[in-house]
Design a protein around this ligand. Structure first.
Ligand code: OGA
Ligand code: NI
Length: 358
């Protein structure tokens, strides 16, 4: 497919809309009733995604380490989502990187517009995902940045302001890449594969990594729209740094939407579609969405740790048996992600349709 070079309609910055103090959101953001959030929560408020203390992986007692591996295994199989604490990233770094991006979004529109993105690579300042004209849009703006592969040509998309942004984001990125490697090793062991199996399938040292910073402005009618529509993440695994002050992420669990309550300085981890494929659906990428808030803006950083984009991804042969045949055909991540980039967030429809191609 040839990548289109421009958006199908003039781009509207949701932040600008929000700043007009309008009391009614434009029709373009009003979701059909079944997709609207039920803000009066029907799910018992004590349900949350599993919380895992990564420090226990280094515990001298073998059984504590094994218990932690088991917790991770259960979380991957049963939830597709968990949050980690004691992940090795300093509190100041996780707070610092979120707050420097908040500052960026509070720069003037002229400054931000210098980095306006196009659907060709999505890099830069954007306000929509998908190219369908007349689509119902999400109540958010974002900044999309490629980190790995680390090539010169991508560097022109780093914002120049605030001046310390790049240094802080690079430091954060290095830590996320380290964490990605660590978790892939754990997932490999938990799946009964060689400990370097998944990292190798991701391209070894040539993995991809990119950051999507989400900015969810205040919304006068949060019951009619979503900050981010239901989707599963197309890549390998995602590290989400949520806002300290305001919840918003909801994870689908059976027919319910569970609002995630992050622990302080925790990082949320979730399985993407490529790990669902590689694990032959032993691990599942789980649908999630974001609700918005009338009185508070929200900033989150979604770091996507992905396979090198031109490698063929298919179920690990060790996980394909007569009882559990291969559920997915092989495909490169480059080809795979064109779907979300043209159609926008569409629940789990993509990975499900891949299954039916078998
Ligand atoms: C994403 C995402 C969730 C959030 O960017 O893919 O799911 O809480 N973000 O912003
Ligand atoms: Ni997501």
């Amino acid at each position: 497919m040839i990548c289109p070079c421009d958006w199908p309609e003039p781009v509207i910055r949701v932040q600008s809309l929000s700043e007009t103090n309008t009391t009614l959101i434009p029709d373009q953001y009003i979701k059909p009733p079944p997709d609207r959030p039920t803000l009066i929560s029907s799910n018992p408020s004590n349900i949350n995604i599993p919380l895992i203390d990564l420090e226990q992986l280094n515990n001298r007692e073998q059984n504590v380490r094994e218990e932690t591996l088991q917790q991770i295994s259960d979380a991957c199989r049963e939830w597709g989502f968990f949050q980690v604490i004691n992940h090795g990233l300093k509190d100041e770094l996780v707070d610092g990187v979120r707050e420097i991006w908040r500052e960026f979004f509070h720069e003037s529109m002229d400054v931000k517009q210098k980095y306006a993105n196009s659907p060709k690579t999505y890099e830069g300042y954007g306000s929509r995902l998908g190219l369908q004209k007349g689509a119902i849009l999400d109540w958010s703006d974002y900044y999309f940045l490629h980190y790995l592969p680390y090539s010169i040509k991508d560097h022109n998309k780093w914002p120049d302001t605030p001046p310390s942004l790049r240094e802080i984001v690079e430091e954060y990125s290095k830590e996320i890449v380290r964490l990605g490697r660590e978790l892939l090793e754990i997932f490999s062991i938990n799946l009964g594969l060689r400990s370097d199996y998944l990292q190798n399938m991701f391209g070894g040292d040539d993995v991809g990594a990119c950051l999507r910073v989400n900015f969810y402005p205040k919304c006068p009618q949060p019951d009619l729209t979503l900050g981010l529509s239901s989707h599963s993440d197309p890549g390998g695994l995602t590290f989400l740094l949520p806002d300290e002050n305001v919840n918003g992420l909801q994870v689908r669990r059976d027919q319910q939407w569970i609002t995630v309550k992050p622990a302080r300085h925790a990082i949320i981890v979730n399985i993407g579609d490529q790990l669902e494929v590689l694990s032959n659906a032993i691990y599942k990428s789980v649908e999630h969405r974001v609700i918005v808030n009338q009185s508070k803006e929200r900033v989150s950083l979604a770091y996507f740790y992905n396979p090198k984009s031109d490698l063929l991804i298919s179920p690990a042969s060790e996980l394909v048996t007569p009882e559990r045949p291969s559920l997915y055909p092989s495909m490169t991540f480059d080809d795979y992600r064109l779907y979300i980039r043209t159609k926008g967030p569409q629940g789990k429809s993509q990975v499900e349709s891949l299954k039916s191609q078998r």
